[in-house]
Design a protein around this ligand. Sequence first.
Ligand SMILES: Cc1cc2nc3c(=O)[nH]c(=O)nc-3n(C[C@H](O)[C@H](O)[C@H](O)COP(=O)(O)OP(=O)(O)OC[C@H]3O[C@@H](n4cnc5c(N)ncnc54)[C@H](O)[C@@H]3O)c2cc1C
Length: 189
Amino acid sequence: MYDVAIIGAGPAGASAAIFCAKAGKRTLVIDNDLSITRRAWIENHYGVPQISGPDLVETGRQQAKKFGAELVKAEVTNVTRGADGLQVETDQGTYTARHVIIATGVYTDLAEKIGLRTKPGTEPRIKTIVEVDSQGRTNIDGVWAAGTIAGVSVHTIITAGDGAKVAVNVISELNGERYVDHDVYKPFT
Ligand SMILES: Cc1cc2nc3c(=O)[nH]c(=O)nc-3n(C[C@H](O)[C@H](O)[C@H](O)COP(=O)(O)OP(=O)(O)OC[C@H]3O[C@@H](n4cnc5c(N)ncnc54)[C@H](O)[C@@H]3O)c2cc1C
């Protein structure tokens, strides 16, 4: 049983995984390697003067792994509610999790298949998005959405930020109190 299963390892999904794993949550990330971020050259990501999309995606995955997140290369085909949690079906097997974060970018087929309420996108070239509340909750209990698929502006700093926001909300729900993840710079400890 995972605390959180994250579908998608682009900026939104990997950022959520970094927070969840660093909070000590048993975190699974499932990705089928079709991130549109891999086509980007990025010079507007605060704190990172310039980076290629592939390097940003790889760095995010390594950060998540560093804190114990498990990354699986697979296609998620369905998410259903089972007796002991959410069943995440993939072409490589089925996993069980308490919470699921959908961070599948421009790909909405899974969201529509599992019955998530969707609506027309408002960002350029984004046709459909998943309806979420301000916390990132969808119409299915325990299923959250973050990043491009949740309708935020399609920029790495924003999709990564949204992934982190939703992760903090999921961690806070699991902990039963608001979560904060602050490390202190050595000279100030
Ligand atoms: C050509 C181009 C240039 C860009 N330039 C910039 C730029 O200069 N600055 C900037 O800030 N942003 C730029 N962007 C936007 C940015 O790269 C991303 O689009 C954005 O950050 C998307 O992040 P995401 O995590 O929501 O989606 P993605 O990065 O697309 O990640 C979604 C992940 O979900 C996975 N997935 C989907 N469905 C499934 C499934 N069923 N099972 C398993 N895995 C699944 C996909 O394989 C993918 O890895 C650019 C984008 C493009 C295309």
